[in-house]
Design a protein around this ligand. Sequence first.
Ligand code: SDX
Length: 375
Amino acid sequence: MAEIQKGLEGIVALETKIAYIDGIKGILEYRGININEIMKLSYDEVVYLLLHSKLPTESDRTKFINRLRDERVIDEGTINIVRVCNFNIEAMDALRTAVSHLSHCDPDLNDNSLEANLRKGTELVAQFPTIVAAFWRIRNMEEPIPPDKTLSHGANFLYMLRGTKPTALEAKCMESDFILSAEHELNASTFSVRTTASTLSDMHSAIISGLGTLKGVLHGGARLAVLEMLDEIEEPEKAENHVLNLISNKKRVMGFGHRVYKTFDPRGIIFKQITKEIAEDTGDLRWFSIAENIEATVLREFVEKRNKPIYPNVDFYAGVLYKYLKIPPLLSTAVFAIGRISGWVAHCIEQFADNRLIRPRARYAGEHDLPIRFL
Ligand code: SDX
């Protein structure tokens, strides 16, 4: 039996054409296009690229964008499901429950043909923002705001959340967040999606597996932890001591470190740039300065002093950006899911296209041949 690789570290489980990561050089590509180039696209165009393996023709682009915008509306039944979700559950649990409800209403629930899965997946991409925004407004005793077809994916989400249209910079930042969060090869939640799909279950069930996995603080939950850390530190001059205390208490600095990147996460570099831009635009550099001081202390303490490759990952400056976009901290993981749903759909389709049941082994460490003995 093969050697155990805890957490499947370094194990190559399958082949994909969706994303490429070089963790040493800090490179990420979606369908062969470098993430820095990808940033020139809209989120709608990135979704098309991920789901259809290529960028659209002009006519396909217009049709797809119109389709995504038409599908943003969620039915009253789904809104009611969000309403009955009792108010102390988390946004990720409400999102997961709403996806379950949507699955019951889909006539093609168990149809895993490419056509059916492209339709189901496209609808889920379109509806995630509406569900998350509706959840938050209902939780705050406000009525959900219907989507606005004239707005981009990013702008529309902020509009449905706030009731007012965002500035052009806020809309660009939200769109960039969804693009940078869209896809990242075989991360834990995408692995869950593919494992569920590999049993020939259905796309909604696979997405629900992904939601449950993304929720964890070591994965998508890190953005909430980053926001909580910013609030705890409060002032830039307190950042260094806060990090030193975490280290001396052997606690993790959330938003740092990565299983694959052993240098700067290329998404983190872009997130830092757009966060600096919006911080300067607001004139309130406090949160960005706190973040820079955290980053400087972590790099000094881990990379320089201990030779440990602990760099800012995608979630660190994403969390700081959410501060400037006034995204409620309790929504931060669900907002991550609004971006990541497109990568999950692409991987679900790729798994169905060339499937083999995902079933690794475990090495047994217990006793053998014991008698039945009631204590
Ligand atoms: C995401 O996989 C993906 O692609 C995920 C993602 C995506 O797009 O889908 O990129 C999104 O999930 C980003 C990661 C978000 N999570 C966090 O920010 C939580 C904090 N980070 C860590 O817990 C950690 O870095 C992980 C979980 C992300 C990766 O952990 P590994 O690869 O399992 O590494 P490890 O836990 O074995 O740590 C190795 C060493 C340990 O020290 P030693 O025991 O060797 O002395 O590095 C240390 C760890 O203590 N370490 C940290 C640290 N991360 C690792 N020390 C302090 N702070 C940290 N953040």
